[in-house]
Ligand binder design. Structure first.
Ligand SMILES: *Cc1c(COP(=O)(O)O)cnc(C)c1O
Length: 428
């Protein structure tokens, strides 16, 4: 039953625009044929897709539930209010704004609400672990605000709270951001809180990557000790592409609401908000907790087997859903590894490592994550096999026989764990 709405609407598309329909059909096949190990990628449920691909896309509804610029928003209000209530319940927040079009937009809303252009903020170095919206020189955060970046400790490759405190005392930031796109260890939000209090700064956690792990109790929750929490909804949280802002402080919540609209967005993507509501509803179920536990176990199995095969994992392992492999020991760059894996139907991504001497488009690292393949039902045995496939390919870059052997093993895994087995867009 779950597949009825997308299949029906897809059939209309196949009739009226076969060009686009054919691209989508081929993309479904590509997703079915690849091992998806990109740490920020996941597969939503068909229910999430159905909500996103339906009639709410038609309604202009600038404003918040109960206070819109247009009439006819009663049902939109219900849908958005459910998304808000479920988000608050999921993270124990007093206030939620579900309208940011993306995680980067959610972060910009915080800058707009709390800072003036030129103000100083601190975040993790975006080249290897932070996010471009935490002060990359080409992002608005780095262009319009005074950015100061902290690094991980060179030895342990973990956050060094003493160094962060020293930097905060030196630069006196108005805002401190914690959260990362490639950090495999637990973030200690209470330590960040103590530092922020000492310099009288706002504290924001960006949990874009780990939101699902936080919601399911597998990572400390930043909401009780941070002023603002932002996230994407599509990574470990397994919802549609989009952003979310949470706070424990209702007064600050109103300020953040105004920063989103009219600050820099107008009509919210109501179809996406309905899909967020569906995803938050799924994340409140016991099955989601079990899923997140498996995500972590699978990441550990992947890291452990890669280490057995001689690869170095940054910081020595992982506590969450991702890891970064240091490729210098096998004399390979991130770009080369990325291309080799792509040639056998594995998607991952090159990633800079701390103090990397390679430029950002080449890098010395490879980031791997377990969320997507865990959604398909794979467990630690499959992730151990995935580690062996990766090792076989990367340790034998010029062997055509090993490349073919890896491709066969990947095809076998993909056929045992099909994506959307109930769905057939095929004949449209
Ligand atoms: C992915 C990510 C974002 C950006 O989310 P988008 O929805 O792609 O804009 C922001 N912050 C962090 C830490 C991320 O990893």
């Amino acid at each position: 039953m779950a597949s009825i709405a997308p299949t029906t609407t897809f059939n209309f598309l196949a009739k009226t625009d076969p060009t686009i329909a054919s691209i989508l059909t081929k993309e479904l096949q590509r997703q079915r044929d690849y091992l998806e190990l990109t740490a920020c990628t996941n597969f939503t449920s068909l229910a999430v897709m159905a909500a996103q691909g339906f009639v709410l896309t038609n309604k202009a509804a600038s404003g918040l539930p109960g206070n819109r610029c247009y009439t006819g928003c009663e049902l939109i209000d219900e849908s958005e209010q459910i998304a808000i209530d479920r988000a608050k319940q999921l993270f124990g927040a007093a206030h939620a704004n579900v309208q940011p079009h993306s995680g980067a937009q959610a972060n910009f809303a915080v800058f707009l609400a709390l800072l003036q252009p030129g103000d100083t903020f601190m975040g993790m170095n975006p080249f290897y672990s932070g996010h471009s919206s935490h002060g990359s020189p080409t992002n608005v955060s780095g262009l319009w605000f005074n950015k100061q970046h902290y690094e991980v400790d060179q030895e342990t490759e973990c956050l060094d709270y003493d160094q962060i405190r020293d930097l905060a005392l030196k630069h006196r930031p108005k805002l401190i951001i914690c959260g990362s796109s490639a950090y495999s260890r637990v973030i200690e939000f209470d330590k960040f809180r103590a530092i922020a209090d000492e310099v009288d700064a706002y504290l924001m956690a960006d949990i874009a990557h780990i939101a699902g792990l936080v919601a399911s109790g597998h990572h400390p929750n930043p909401v009780p000790c941070c002023d603002v929490v932002t996230t994407t909804t599509y990574k470990t949280l397994r919802g549609p592409k989009g952003g979310l802002i949470l706070t424990r402080d209702p007064e600050l919540g109103e300020k953040l609401d105004k920063a989103v609209f009219p600050g820099f967005q107008s009509a919210p993507l109501q179809h996406v908000i309905a899909a967020k509501a569906v995803a938050f509803g799924e994340a409140l179920q016991p099955e989601f907790k079990a899923y997140c536990r498996q995500v972590i176990e699978n990441a550990r199995a992947l890291a452990t087997q890669l280490q057995k095969r001689g690869f170095r994992i940054l910081s020595g392992g992982t506590d969450n859903h991702l890891m970064v492999v240091d490729l210098r020991s096998i004399g390979m760059t991130g770009q080369q590894a990325d291309q080799l894996l792509s040639s056998i139907n594995i998607t991952a991504n090159k990633n800079s490592i701390p103090f990397d001497t390679q430029p950002p488009f080449i890098t010395s690292g490879l980031r791997l994550g377990s969320p997507a393949m865990t959604t398909l039902g794979m467990g630690t045995a499959e992730f151990t096999e995935i580690a062996n496939i990766i090792a076989d390919r990367l340790l034998n870059p010029s062997s055509e026989a090993i490349s073919q052997n890896c491709q066969l093993r990947i095809a076998e895994l993909c056929s045992c764990f099909p994506l959307y087995p109930d769905l057939d867009f095929g004949d449209g």
